[in-house]
Design a protein around this ligand. Structure first.
Ligand SMILES: NC(=O)CC[C@H](N)C(=O)O
Length: 364
């Protein structure tokens, strides 16, 4: 288990904390928002989830890379994370279906990383101090020099990123003849589309900034707002689209960023969390059924619970059992609902996939 690239690497956090380790992936320098994912499996799905665009990922699972990479396990065409922070990185891999090593995958897509660092202490540090920016480098070892590059990394708060990861042209997926569903692509994961198409939806996926009037020309039966990166509060164009869909009275389902946009369209605020929820075992309670579900999550912003309590139009359907944050919403007199977590759960447990069936029942 040896690395091709054994040069020294540095991880510098916004508060001046320095971690030193070895370089993995692409030899270079890149900054982003540091966050951690507690999932024990699924590193490739996580790295290719477009919602992670702009973020540098600390994997709390100690061993990463040991089962290689496989093209069928991507959530988009390329890794969207800006960098990786790993404890024990394995360049060798063992799985007969793998088509390459994680090292070559990261190199090919120019994603830098650092390994041989104490990821437990990094996570404890950012868990206490909160989310912040960071920079990884295997070429600049002088901290004051690296600091200048880190200063140029924008804050995630106030950043619109969906237009950087959305498709550029509309395309269709699923069975013609099925329920016609407009999917607004704010950075959609492939497995969400697979869940929808697999249930017989005929989806037409539109670029993030497509106007509602344009999507209506296709005469859809329902709408879907996808997950995606960035701060929902500054996505005026998408909030406007959500308002128009709601006014049209067509059924609407939103996941993660889509959920936050539905909240914003109803005058409910969002805020940046101290630390986001990123992992595969977040406990959620469905308040409508009283049942619990273990969920897959990836978000750094959340919906203001007090604003929902004051709203006459919207109610909370799901809450997080760790911290009571809002995990699901529905509109009282409309066929509109959303969840903050990821029911497609790739990776993660499949407890929440009933929500896709619920969407079909709502439409019918
Ligand atoms: N997975 C997502 O859609 C993430 C939504 C949003 N960018 C957040 O961090 O909260």
């Amino acid at each position: 288990m040896k690395y091709i690239n054994k040069t020294d690497a540095v991880l510098l956090l916004e508060d001046g904390t320095v971690f030193r380790g070895k370089s993995i992936g692409f030899h270079g320098t890149r900054g982003g928002e540091i966050c951690f994912n507690t999932g024990m499996t699924g590193y490739q799905e996580v790295y290719t989830d477009p919602s992670y665009y702009g973020q540098i990922m600390v994997n709390t699972n100690a061993h990463i890379g040991n089962y290689g990479t496989m093209i069928d396990e991507t959530e988009s065409g390329s890794p969207k994370i800006f960098g990786v922070v790993i404890n024990s990185f394995s360049e060798n891999f063992s799985r007969f279906t793998a088509d390459g090593s994680l090292q070559s995958y990261l190199e090919q897509h120019q994603i830098p990383g650092i390994c041989d660092v104490d990821t437990r202490s990094i996570v404890r540090h950012i868990r206490d101090k909160g989310t912040m920016n960071c920079i990884i480098s295997s070429e600049i070892h002088d901290i004051s020099e690296l600091q200048k590059h880190l200063d140029e990394v924008p804050s995630m708060e106030g950043l619109e990123l969906s237009s950087k990861v959305s498709v550029t042209e509309p395309y269709e997926i699923g069975e013609p003849g099925g329920i016609k569903l407009v999917v607004m692509d704010y950075g959609i994961k492939t497995s969400i589309l697979n869940q929808l198409a697999g249930r017989g939806f005929h989806c037409k996926v539109y670029p993030a900034k497509t106007k509602f009037e344009e999507t209506e020309k296709w005469e859809p039966n329902a709408y879907f707002l996808s997950n995606g990166p960035g701060d929902p509060a500054v996505m005026d164009y998408a909030i406007e689209t959500a308002k128009q869909i709601i006014d049209s009275d067509k059924p609407l389902f939103g996941i993660c960023l889509g959920h936050q946009l539905i909240a914003k369209a109803n005058g409910i605020g969002t805020y940046k969390m101290h630390n986001g929820h990123r992992g595969l075992n977040q406990p959620v309670k469905n308040l409508l059924t009283g049942k619990g579900e273990i969920t897959s999550q990836n978000h750094g912003f959340s919906v203001v619970s007090e604003d929902v309590d004051k709203s006459e139009l919207v109610e909370i359907t799901h809450i997080n059992l760790n911290d009571n944050t809002v995990e699901g919403l529905k509109m009282r007199n409309k066929k509109v609902f959303s969840v903050q977590y990821h029911p497609e759960s790739s990776p993660g447990p499949h407890d929440s996939r009933y929500l896709f069936d619920q969407f079909i029942s709502l439409i019918n």
